[in-house]
Design a protein around this ligand. Structure first.
Ligand SMILES: [Fe+2]
Ligand SMILES: [Fe+2]
Length: 268
């Protein structure tokens, strides 16, 4: 088996959406099989690209140029699923990127187990959203999508703790806040497969945020930092804008993020 950091770069440099997620799932399965067998595979080192490879479509536009559609219409629901598919594909790359980019930092093997599992789940999430789009006669790439999704990765390319603070503990935690509202929209539209897919995503994302919190706290302990102060400092340094309430306090608590982490960073 090739070292994990090299697997990560293979996924990052694979362009197609379905191709990227298929490769990601295949490599995650190989890692998990080796771990189940009692092996400790090599992490190695490999330089990740500054930008991951992506398909020719969707066109990537500045957020203010992406047309807004009302979620009450089928076109609006397709746009919502398309936006989530785009987020999930970005999440696949983010999860492999952290493995390769910070492979020079010595971490316990459990860190890699968590990130490989989450990368596999993000790949499944993209496939679920792509399936839902196809069921509605659309597909990933049919609409424009937000450029700038990779910004958090670029901003924290040199700062491992900054990456953990911004990606799982701010961006993925935000997913916990907004997903119940999306599920409601698809329930009202009686779109059973979208409801089931979003419920799977919602359940699995709690663990992704929890992995972020767990390894952020681990690194705070290693460097003798106060976790709350370190979190506030890093989010203010690397995240552009305030955090938006309402917060899903219950799921955030499940994921190990207490209120005094996020409320002081919220817009009032
Ligand atoms: Fe996801
Ligand atoms: Fe996630």
């Amino acid at each position: 088996m090739i070292p994990l950091a090299e697997m990560a770069v293979q996924v990052l440099t694979c362009a197609g959406g379905r191709e990227k997620t298929a490769l990601s799932r295949k490599l995650a399965a190989a890692w998990q099989a080796a771990r189940a067998n009692g092996d400790t595979p090599a992490i190695g080192h490999a330089a990740p690209p500054m930008q991951p490879s992506r398909p020719d479509k969707p066109d990537l536009l500045s957020p203010r140029d992406v047309p807004h559609r009302k979620p009450g219409s089928e076109a609006g629901r397709i746009a919502l699923l398309h936006a989530v598919a785009h987020i999930e594909l970005n999440a696949v790359d983010l999860h492999w990127d952290i493995i390769a980019r910070f492979s020079h930092v010595k971490m316990p093997i459990g860190f890699y187990d968590d990130w490989v599992k989450a990368a596999d789940e993000e790949s499944k999430h993209f496939n679920l959203m792509a399936d839902c789009l196809e069921e509605l006669g659309s597909h990933y790439g049919a609409l424009p999508a937000h450029a700038g999704m990779w910004r958090a990765a670029e901003d924290t390319a040199e700062d491992f703790m900054g990456r953990l603070a911004v990606v799982p503990m701010v961006l993925e935690a935000r997913g916990l806040d907004v997903t119940p509202g999306m599920i409601k929209i698809f329930k009202q539209a009686k779109a059973a497969s979208a409801v089931a897919a979003l419920e799977t995503i919602y359940a699995e994302e709690v663990a992704h945020v929890a992995y972020g919190s767990k390894w952020f706290h681990f690194l705070c302990g290693r460097h003798e930092l106060d976790p709350k102060d370190a979190f506030h400092d890093l989010v203010q340094r690397y995240f552009h804008g305030a955090l938006k309430p309402p917060f899903n306090e219950e799921k955030r608590a499940d994921a190990g993020i207490p209120p005094d982490f996020y409320w002081p960073l919220a817009v009032s």
